[in-house]
Design a protein around this ligand. Structure first.
Ligand code: PPS
Length: 295
């Protein structure tokens, strides 16, 4: 009989100074056995930055816009989440075993924890970054749902933890900057959530070009329609509605929550915003990245 482990919000575990969900930290050992292929495509993001959205876009591109093929499985089973591990669920590495090439892979890992082979083999990366304020709000709601993450507590205390990098995957600031710097030496397409929302077709064209899979105009239009927030929220293959209740508590929020730019304004107080901005200026000093907080 399989031993059912305790999933009641274990504390984060630090690996090379990076806090991780305990189970994800445990997955890092087996992940070192990953054998990348030159035609793999890695989707990398700091959590809550549009990972699921760009994953669906990429699978649609890979399937030539064929909706039926994209309905073959949930997004987690089409785009394995490399460091995923949770009691009662197959790990990301187990899901990966059944994925035919060319493969789409997902990670939130900072570079210090990424399997070196992915970098050595120059595996192409699509990175999506989202402004830190909307990420913090989205993460707050998500970590209330996510039973394998410590309880985020009040919004005010969570914001402090987010600024201090005491959330899974650590500092947002470090993540967006190090992957940005990597794009100077590694094939990384660096995208922004806000740009995708502003003009999805323009951003999808960039992806199509980067992965070298040209598509007819009407297929691009169909991908834009199918990957809209409204469509993905209703789609059981993309809305994470079928994960076990031991993993996600659906009574507090839904995974596909708002899908907007600027929701932070409904949550941050003036004082919190000032505190956040002061901390942000310090941590992002000298960085050429520019984020938009409204459209
Ligand atoms: S995760 O758990 O880290 O993989 O989450 P991730 O997919 O990166 O981010 C979830 C947020 O992205 C929003 N989302 C979308 N926005 C616009 N359009 C589409 N199609 C879309 N799909 C997902 C999702 O609603 C989460 O943001 P919030 O602000 O919480 O709504």
């Amino acid at each position: 009989m399989e031993l059912v482990q305790d999933t009641s919000r274990p504390p984060l575990e630090y690996v090379k100074g990076v806090p991780l969900i305990k189970y994800f930290a445990e997955a890092l050992g087996p992940l070192q056995n990953l054998q990348p292929r030159s035609d793999d495509l890695l989707i990398s993001t700091y959590p809550k930055s549009g990972t699921t959205w760009v994953s669906e876009v990429l699978d649609m591109i890979y399937q030539g816009g064929d909706l039926k093929k994209c309905h073959r499985a949930t997004i987690m089973d089409r785009v394995p989440f490399l460091e995923f591990k949770s009691p009662g669920c197959p790990t990301g590495m187990e899901v990966l075993k059944d994925i035919p090439a060319p493969r789409l892979l997902k990670t939130h890992l900072p570079l210090a924890l990424l399997p070196q082979a992915l970098l050595d083999q120059k595996v192409k990366v699509v990175y999506v970054a989202r402004n830190a304020k909307d990420v913090a709000v989205s993460a707050y709601h998500f970590y209330r749902m996510l039973k394998v993450h410590p309880d985020p507590g009040t919004w005010d205390s969570f914001l402090d933890k987010f600024m201090a990098g005491e959330v899974s995957y650590g500092f947002w600031h470090k993540h967006v900057q190090e992957w940005w710097e990597l794009s100077c030496t590694h094939p990384v397409l660096y995208l922004f959530y806000e740009d995708m929302l502003e003009n999805p077709k323009r951003e999808i064209r960039k992806i199509v070009e980067f992965v070298g899979r040209p598509l007819p105009e009407e297929t691009l239009d169909s991908i834009v329609r199918h990957t809209s927030f409204r469509k993905m929220k209703k789609n059981p293959m993309t809305n994470y509605s079928n994960l076990p209740e031991t993993f996600l508590d659906y009574s507090t929020s839904s995974f596909m929550r708002k899908g907007t730019v600027g929701d932070w304004k409904n949550t941050f107080t003036v004082a919190q915003n000032e505190r956040f901005d002061a901390d942000y200026s310090e941590k992002m000093a000298g960085c050429s990245l520019h984020f938009r907080y409204e459209l």
